[in-house]
Design a binder for this molecule. Structure first.
Ligand SMILES: [Zn+2]
Length: 492
């Protein structure tokens, strides 16, 4: 028995040593598949004619038997969106077959046989992008009886819901790819993504990015959210702040009825099928507890304040990533917050199309911070403890993921990886570089070529980082005590 105990002690010591070493290593959230680093290299084809469609990316074909995919913006005479197109039968989606030619080792051709085929329903997704010629799509894989049919897709964990994002406003094609991947390295979760080239009913549509939606996955593959259907209690959920178009998804927690939020809280998970009125009420009440504590005089109190409800690191990183990229829909639109099983509230990044100087209406000034005025963050920044962590984390990230070396290297490598797919995308959409198709205002912000688009993003990042280096400490102003009203003074 003696050496058993010794053995046990030795094992414990080894485990302890491993644990201590793991604390010293940089944060590791497990291996994330970053395509330009992890995809196998493919040798160029030498056997066919130069004009054969030949790509190292997977080819995804969506076939609806020629039926137009609904969900496009309907515009009035002034160009305002008045609604979205519907299928002939009034449905939001149409049936489709989704097939993939995705060979591991070799380049892909239209004549190669499909490596994946599945039945799905499809519609156009997004908000402002629904008016663009190059549409974004939502697909749901289906069984013949209409129930969800989770499928592993382009090497990502099985699920029934996917977004196919077609970069259009983002002329570099890499904004979402880059920031989802970098966020995924920094934060606990960010949607996994894979590049592809898309055909819809046989017509080439350019370079797309298959993207996980922010929702529950099997065994925590995406987010570990589960509904206990048996007794109708819940253990996890995801909310999104958005325009409030999905009235059936709306819940109205504290900041909604106190009018602090100017956008609507939508329940993303559980979906409308599983979200019973009772469950929605419970989620609303629980989320309101957090918001009430945050917007209270006791907001930074150890027992009664916000700290027991949220994963602070997640809010810190969300703030820094969206500030670095000047991604200013974040915090009010397409803004995801979730609570995993036994977890605290965390944020999830979404949509960097308008980030890094691609905001349409105007150039976003690079010399100011904004998200500290947003919902939740306005209160968080009143807590000097939170602000300290933001500043500390910025300096830490600046040496790694926020260094010019890392960021520009990431961009160059992603562009190299896309390679001739960029040319094919340009053949289809290159006319949008013309001055009669300028999406950004004022006009001189529009890049005239792919290379200019990449340079524009680098120039932006250099300016932004330089501003943040010089001014990150000024965020402390938001935590300063008021001379007339001691907001954060709490007596036990
Ligand atoms: Zn080939």
């Amino acid at each position: 028995m003696k050496y058993k105990i010794i053995g046990g002690t030795a094992t414990a010591l080894v485990l302890l040593a491993v644990f201590i070493i793991s604390l010293l290593l940089p944060e590791d959230n497990g291996h994330r598949y970053v395509e330009h680093r992890d995809a196998p290299q493919k040798a160029p084809c030498t056997t066919h004619e130069a004009d054969t469609f030949c790509t190292h990316l997977p080819i995804v074909s969506v076939n609806t038997d020629g039926i137009e995919i609904p969900g496009r913006a309907i515009l009035d005479a002034e160009g305002y969106v008045t609604g979205y197109t519907m299928a002939e039968n009034g449905a939001e989606t149409v049936s489709a077959t989704v097939s993939v030619i995705g060979q591991e080792e070799q380049r892909n051709h239209l004549t190669d046989s499909a490596t994946f085929t599945a039945a799905a329903e499809i519609r156009v997704r997004g908000h402002s992008s629904r008016r663009f010629e190059k549409a974004n799509y939502f697909i749901r894989f289906l069984n013949p009886d209409g129930t969800n049919a989770p499928q592993e897709f382009l090497g990502m964990e099985a699920h029934h819901e996917w977004a196919l994002h077609g970069p259009f406003l983002d002329k570099t094609l890499i904004r979402n790819y880059m920031w989802y991947n970098i966020s995924g390295e920094i934060m606990d979760y960010s949607p996994n993504v894979r590049f592809l080239e898309l055909l819809v009913n046989g017509e080439y549509r350019g370079v797309y990015l298959a993207t996980e939606t922010v929702t529950a996955g099997k065994e925590g593959a995406r987010l570990n959210l589960q509904v206990n259907k048996k007794d109708n209690t819940f253990s996890g959920y995801a909310l999104r702040l958005d325009w409030g178009e999905s009235l059936d998804k709306a819940i109205h927690p504290f900041t909604n009825y106190t009018m602090r939020a100017n956008t609507q809280h939508e329940l993303v998970y559980p979906g409308t099928q599983n979200a019973t009125p009772q469950l929605r009420e419970e989620i609303k009440n629980e989320f309101s507890l957090f918001e009430k504590s945050l917007y209270s005089y006791d907001f930074n109190h150890a027992d009664h304040g916000y700290t027991k409800y949220i994963d602070i690191d997640s809010f810190v990183d969300y703030f820094l990533i969206n500030e670095l990229t000047c991604n200013y829909d974040a915090g009010s639109l397409s803004t995801y917050i979730y609570k995993e099983v036994d977890g605290r509230y965390k944020m999830c990044v979404w949509d960097f199309n308008s980030a890094c100087d691609a905001y349409q209406e105007q150039a976003i000034p690079t010399d100011e911070f904004r998200l500290q005025n947003g919902l939740w963050f306005k209160m968080l920044f009143m807590d000097s403890g939170f602000t300290d962590r933001v500043i500390e984390r910025y300096y830490e990230l600046r040496k790694t993921y926020f260094s010019e070396e890392y960021l520009f290297g990431f961009m160059d490598d992603s562009v190299d990886y896309l390679g001739d797919a960029i040319d094919r995308n340009n053949e289809k959409w290159g006319y949008t570089y013309g001055s009669d198709y300028d999406l950004l205002h004022p006009q001189d912000r529009n890049p005239r070529s792919y290379d200019e688009a990449v340079t524009q993003m680098k120039t932006f990042l250099t300016r932004r980082l330089s501003f943040m280096d010089e001014n990150i400490e000024t965020l402390r102003h938001y935590s300063a005590e008021s001379k007339t009203k001691k907001y954060s003074e709490v007596s036990d």
